[in-house]
Write a protein that binds this ligand. Structure first.
Ligand SMILES: [Zn+2]
Length: 95
């Protein structure tokens, strides 16, 4: 059977079944390894004020926001781009 990708678009290997995650954009349930994980560090305080407080020596809590996107939404929202046949082989870190 011809394969488009070596890992069939996911990182499961011979593991069998794996847990599902919900896409934050469309709500689809997708396997964890197939979904794109997007983490963003967010501060509750606005950056201008946070900078001033940091200079004074205050510790500002920063929470990490984790979102999952199914591959359809990841392509649609530009999180991942469609790559050519050769480019697909490269392993890149998701920003
Ligand atoms: Zn989705």
């Amino acid at each position: 059977m011809p394969k488009k990708r070596k890992n069939r678009g996911r990182g499961k290997g011979g593991k069998g079944k794996e847990s599902l995650v919900q896409c934050d954009y469309c709500g689809a349930l997708v396997p964890r390894s197939k979904a794109k994980k997007i983490t963003r560090r967010v501060s509750i305080i606005d950056p201008q004020l946070a900078k001033e407080l940091r200079e004074k020596g205050a510790i500002i809590p920063v929470t990490t926001l984790t979102r999952y996107a199914c591959i359809r939404c990841a392509v649609f929202y530009g999180i991942v781009k469609i790559r050519s046949r050769k480019e697909r082989k490269k392993r890149t870190r998701l920003a």
